[in-house]
Write a protein that binds this ligand. Structure first.
Ligand SMILES: Nc1ncnc2c1ncn2[C@@H]1O[C@H](COP(=O)(O)OP(=O)(O)OP(=O)(O)O)[C@@H](O)[C@H]1O
Ligand SMILES: [Mg+2]
Length: 263
């Protein structure tokens, strides 16, 4: 394997708060890489810096041979970096099919017909198991179903790496299983994943390698089983066990159903 994504010594402060304090790690091509760490350790900020939603104060991000440090989000997306958000961002008043079509705006006109035909959008909805709801408003979906719609929306752009911010957060066990299966299936087809998640069973089951963040930096990297027993990692989780992390702390901070609904 070779590095598809390379993060080197990234720093980012918000006023006096250092959210990223020299963060470095790599995502190997073809891997499912987990990024875990306690609340507030900088995981989402790292995603924002990689995808151009925030700009690093210093450090570098390279993707597939390109220096994407400081590049605007649209351009990073155009190179093949897809992402979902911790708080779901579907358009509640639009149907599922319309939500998928929204992604067209970020794609060159020459490719829109091919990537966003009704047939292709329906195939993607079928892939996430939501065909029968294609004409329903996204606002009528459960929180977990919205996360699957978001995955379909990202897939429409055919990214080579997908960053998922808490794909299993706040969703029921059946849909968590469905999410894990889809990720595994896409990975077999060659899509690389970097995923942030507090659900350790999900992370341990699906990731090839896990990077652990604490206070804005990666403090350990390794196979899931190794990381799980690393004293530094256990310490970062306040001396507790990764198996009994407080489910309240791991859940989204607002009630499912109203989170980030842009309708
Ligand atoms: N736009 C912002 N302005 C000010 N502070 C911010 C901003 N974004 C993040 N922070 C702060 O940076 C730190 C890291 O936040 P971040 O959201 O990256 O953590 P996280 O690891 O994703 O946490 P969680 O697991 O709870 O999602 C936190 O202290 C947070 O309050
Ligand atoms: Mg976060």
């Amino acid at each position: 394997m070779s590095a598809l994504l390379e993060v080197s010594d990234v720093r980012k402060s918000f006023g006096g708060l250092q959210a990223l304090s020299g963060c470095s790690f790599t995502v190997e091509r073809g891997s499912v890489t987990g990024l875990i760490g306690p609340n507030g350790s900088g995981k989402t900020t790292m995603f924002n810096v990689i995808t151009g939603y925030e700009h690093a104060d210093s450090g570098a991000v390279r993707f597939d041979g390109h220096d994407i440090t400081g590049m605007p989000a649209g351009k990073v997306g155009g190179l093949g970096v897809g992402r979902t958000f911790q708080l779901s961002r579907v358009f509640g008043r639009l149907t599922l099919l319309e939500n998928l079509r929204v992604g067209r705006r970020g794609v060159p006109r020459s490719r829109r017909g091919e990537l966003f035909s009704d047939q292709r959008c329906m195939e993607l909805l079928d892939f996430v198991g939501l065909t029968r709801l294609a004409q329903e408003p996204a606002g009528s979906l459960s929180y977990g179903q919205r996360k699957l719609v978001e995955l379909a929306m990202v897939l429409a752009q055919e990214p080579s790496v997908i960053l998922l911010d808490e794909p299993a957060g706040g969703i029921n066990p059946t849909l968590i299983g469905q999410m894990a299966e889809r990720i595994a299936q896409l990975n077999k087809q060659g899509v690389t994943f970097l995923l942030v998640e507090h659900n350790m069973e999900f992370v341990m089951g699906i990731c090839d390698v896990v990077a652990v963040m604490e206070r804005g930096a990666v403090i350990a990297v390794g196979e899931p089983g190794m990381v799980r027993n690393d004293p530094l990692v256990l310490d970062a989780y306040l001396g507790g066990s990764l198996d009994d992390e407080d489910p309240v702390a791991a859940a989204p901070s607002a009630a499912p159903g109203i989170i980030g609904d842009r309708s």
